[in-house]
Design a protein around this ligand. Structure first.
Ligand SMILES: C[S@@+](CC[C@H](N)C(=O)[O-])C[C@H]1O[C@@H](n2cnc3c(N)ncnc32)[C@H](O)[C@@H]1O
Length: 244
C-alpha cells in the first residue's frame, strides 16, 4: 500500500476517506477563496492547462473526479462546450458550493455534480472518453484502487489528465517555496478556514505522495500505455497526461 494512505488530516481512528470527507466538508465555505489566495491565482492557470491537454482528443463524455466545487468542470465546459461533464466527489458540502456556481452560470444541462467515490466509480466499463483529477489523487485512501477505477471507466482510446502538487527541485526556488508551503501557508490556511489541520495536512500529504516518475510508473503499471509528465511553475505542480 502507498505511504500516502497513512497521512491523514486528523489524529483520529477514522479511516483516511472519512477524515478527508470531514475535512473538505469543514473547509468548503472558504475553499475557493483560499485556493486562489494562497496560490496567488496560479491554480486557475494550471486548470486551463489541463483543459488544453484534453482539447485535441475532442472528448464528448468526461468525468471530473474529486471535482470539489467544480472549477475544473467549469473550465472544461468553457473550451469544450458540447461535452457532457460529470463531476464526482465524496464531500457533499464541496459539491453544494459547486452546484450553486453551476446553477448561477446556467450550466446545469452541461455539468452534473454527483456524490461519488473515485475508488468505486458508479459507471460502467469504458463509459468516458476522458477523465480528469485536479488535486484529488493525493487524497485517495487507496491510490491504486482509484487509478484502477479511472482506467476501467475510460474508453480505449481515451485520455486521463491528472493535475497534482509535486516538489520543486531547483535552488533557491525549492528552499523559498518550502518556507512558504510548510510554514506560512498552514498559518494563513488555519486563520481563514478555522480548521486546525487542513493546511498542515496539505504540505505533509504532498511530501509523502509519489510525484514525477514514481507516479508515472504507477500509471504505467495500471495499464496506461503512454504517460507524459509536464512540470508547472518550476515543479510546484505537475500534469500527467495518460493515454489508454
Ligand atoms: C483539493 S480538492 C480539489 C477539488 C477540485 N478538483 C479543484 O481542482 O479545486 C480535493 C477533493 O477531492 C475529494 N476527494 C478525496 N478523496 C476522494 C475520493 N475517494 N473520491 C472522490 N472525491 C474525493 C475531496 O472531497 C475534495 O473535494
Amino acid at each position: 500500500m502507498n505511504k500516502s494512505t497513512h497521512i491523514k488530516p486528523y489524529q483520529s481512528e477514522k479511516s483516511k476517506k472519512e477524515q478527508i470527507e470531514a475535512m473538505f466538508d469543514n473547509i468548503a465555505h472558504k475553499y475557493d477563496f483560499l485556493n486562489h489566495f494562497l496560490s496567488l491565482g496560479i491554480d486557475n492557470g494550471w486548470r486551463k492547462k489541463v483543459v488544453k491537454e484534453l482539447q485535441p482528443y475532442k472528448p464528448q463524455q468526461i468525468i471530473d473526479i474529486a471535482t470539489g466545487t467544480g472549477d475544473l468542470a467549469i473550465a472544461i465546459h468553457k473550451k469544450i462546450p458540447d461535452a457532457r461533464i460529470t463531476g464526482i466527489d465524496i464531500s457533499e458540502k464541496m459539491l453544494d458550493y459547486g452546484r450553486k456556481k453551476i446553477s448561477r452560470l446556467q450550466l446545469k444541462r452541461n455539468i452534473d455534480l454527483q456524490i461519488g467515490d473515485a475508488e468505486n466509480i458508479d459507471f460502467p466499463d469504458q463509459y468516458f472518453d476522458a477523465a480528469t483529477v485536479a488535486f484529488g489523487v493525493r487524497n485517495f485512501e487507496n491510490l491504486q484502487k482509484g487509478l484502477d477505477e479511472l482506467y476501467r471507466t475510460l474508453r480505449s482510446p481515451g485520455v486521463l489528465v491528472i493535475l497534482e502538487f509535486s516538489q520543486p527541485a531547483s535552488f533557491p526556488f525549492k528552499q523559498l517555496y518550502n518556507i512558504y508551503f510548510k510554514h506560512i501557508l498552514p498559518v494563513m490556511g488555519k486563520l481563514f478556514s478555522k480548521d486546525n489541520s487542513a493546511y498542515t495536512y496539505l504540505p505533509e500529504s504532498v511530501q509523502h505522495f509519489p510525484h514525477g516518475k514514481k507516479l508515472a510508473d504507477l500509471l504505467h503499471h495500471t495499464g496506461f500505455k503512454k504517460v507524459s509528465i509536464k512540470r508547472l511553475t518550476l515543479g510546484v505542480s505537475s500534469l500527467y497526461v495518460c493515454e489508454k
